[in-house]
Write a protein that binds this ligand. Structure first.
Ligand SMILES: [Mg+2]
Ligand SMILES: [Zn+2]
Length: 183
């Protein structure tokens, strides 16, 4: 089985832009490409798990979201062929518009889907995100660590994360550095 870093998208991998759906507005957070390189060097997969309720809200299409993912991969590839994401999982739902679903974080469904498809050992994997709901998704899935990053919305979620004994890091790079030797 493989180990993985499950990585939230907006505010963790790319700069937070409300309901991002335009490739031209997509910007990678500094040191994230290096973080993914380190993930790969240590033998882990890098798997993005992202809530995309803008789709449920009719604000953008799956195709538009995919164009952002293509852009993310292109920007990462510019930093090196070992810096790209291995898979993207998204939840297009929102309870108010499409009903309850098993995949919208804090539910662990996307992590479970990825684990089944890619043969991932979740108990020896890590979730990283900028919202407390990301951390609950990691905890609900049974990840070894669920780390809050202070990029994106993370500054506002750090106190809550600390109260619940989740580790806190400045960014994805630091989250990886703090955890990768412990698994
Ligand atoms: Mg986020
Ligand atoms: Zn969903």
């Amino acid at each position: 089985m493989k180990k993985a870093y499950f990585i939230d998208r907006d505010g963790t991998l790319n700069v937070e832009v409300s309901y991002l759906c335009e490739p031209d507005k997509t910007e990678i957070i500094p040191r994230c490409a290096e973080a993914i390189r380190a993930i790969h060097l240590a033998g882990f997969l890098a798997v993005v798990v992202t809530n995309q309720a803008g789709i449920a809200r009719g604000m953008y299409s799956v195709t538009e979201m995919m164009s952002v993912h293509v852009r993310i991969q292109k920007l990462l590839l510019e930093q090196g062929s070992d810096c790209t994401v291995d898979a993207f999982y998204y939840c297009p739902h929102h309870e108010k518009f499409t009903g309850e679903c098993p995949c919208r974080k804090p539910q662990p469904g996307m992590l479970q889907q990825a684990a089944a498809a890619l043969d991932i050992d979740v108990e020896n994997s890590v979730m990283v995100g900028d919202r407390i709901s990301d951390l609950y998704a990691g905890r609900n899935a049974g990840c070894r660590f669920s780390v809050l990053v202070k990029s994106g919305y993370g500054v506002n979620h750090a106190e809550m994360a600390e109260q619940e004994n989740f580790p806190v890091a400045g960014d994805l790079y630091e989250a990886v550095a703090k955890t990768i030797g412990k698994i």
